[in-house]
Design a binder for this molecule. Structure first.
Ligand SMILES: NC(=O)c1ccc[n+]([C@@H]2O[C@H](COP(=O)([O-])OP(=O)(O)OC[C@H]3O[C@@H](n4cnc5c(N)ncnc54)[C@H](OP(=O)(O)O)[C@@H]3O)[C@@H](O)[C@H]2O)c1
Length: 243
């Protein structure tokens, strides 16, 4: 069965690995913001793997960008089977005393409001889909607290709660799940985590390494495929956090 999947932030990191993971036989809508060149090479890889890529550019940190993406899917495809809300980021670290209104707005707009808005706009398209589902990418920061990334953790925590509420609201028609990645070696860390800190994370991880984007793509693939999982947040972190 060929499916139509929209993956946000799919030009780099976890989104790009997810696009590659699901490519074969499927229509893959690859959303990106700035990483045009990288998104084009992901599209070429999707096509080479037997998928049908479509590229969409938008900034999702405001409502108009979310509407552009949903309108594009509506016009070009008219339905959706899978929405992966992956675009996001830490933006910048700030200690408790340094929090500003504008930083809080920026982080919540990117990680929380974009996911909520795009999801809402895509629901009519998902209702027309086959075995539709939504996967939200949250973070290990929702589990154990992340010093200097407290707003980011809170913005992802809101999506964790949103995931469960929506899963109940939309069952049995649409499944809604989340993946909470641990420390994954992607461009996410380029501006916000030193190499020394990455080495410390690695040393504290029971499985002895930081994650790869493919580790998270694999978990997203599982949540897409398993028809009896909803309202779940899957922790994928090499044991850095255990319940
Ligand atoms: N890496 C980790 O350790 C880690 C841990 C926990 C959770 N996560 C989460 O995993 C998700 C993917 O991150 P990643 O690790 O793959 O890092 P990444 O490579 O930096 O990916 C983030 C993606 O988000 C997109 N994006 C950023 N700001 C945007 C905006 N305003 N509008 C639209 N798209 C925007 C970027 O698109 P462009 O490049 O095209 O601008 C990029 O493709 C994020 O939600 C992140 O919070 C990551």
């Amino acid at each position: 069965m060929s499916r139509t999947l929209l993956i946000t932030g799919a030009g780099t990191g976890i989104g790009a690995a997810t696009a590659r993971q699901v490519a074969s036989g499927n229509q893959v809508l690859i959303h990106y913001r700035r990483s045009a060149e990288s998104a084009e090479s992901v599209a070429a890889e999707v096509a080479a793997a037997g998928g049908r890529p479509l590229l969409i550019q938008a900034d999702l940190s405001d409502e108009s960008g979310c509407r552009e993406v949903a309108d594009f899917v509506s016009r070009r495809v008219g339905r959706l089977d899978v929405l992966v809300n992956n675009a996001g980021g830490l933006i910048r670290r700030a200690a408790g005393k340094e929090l500003s209104w504008s930083l809080m707005q920026e982080i919540f707009a990117l990680n929380t409001f974009s996911t909520m808005m795009l999801t809402s706009l895509c629901l009519p398209l998902l209702e027309k889909g086959t075995q539709p589902c939504i996967i939200n990418v949250t973070s290990i920061a929702i589990r154990h607290g992340a010093p200097t990334a407290t707003i980011y953790g809170a913005s992802k925590g809101a999506i964790d709660v949103f995931t469960r509420g929506l899963a109940k609201e939309l069952a049995p028609a649409i499944r809604v799940n989340a993946v909470a990645p641990g420390v994954i070696d992607t461009p996410f860390h380029d501006q916000v985590t030193s190499r020394e800190k990455m080495a410390q994370f690695q040393a504290s991880t029971p499985l002895g390494r930081n994650g790869r984007a493919e580790d998270i793509a694999h978990a997203i693939g599982f949540l897409i495929a398993n028809p009896f999982v909803t309202g779940e947040t899957l922790d994928v972190n090499g044991g850095l956090f255990m319940r």
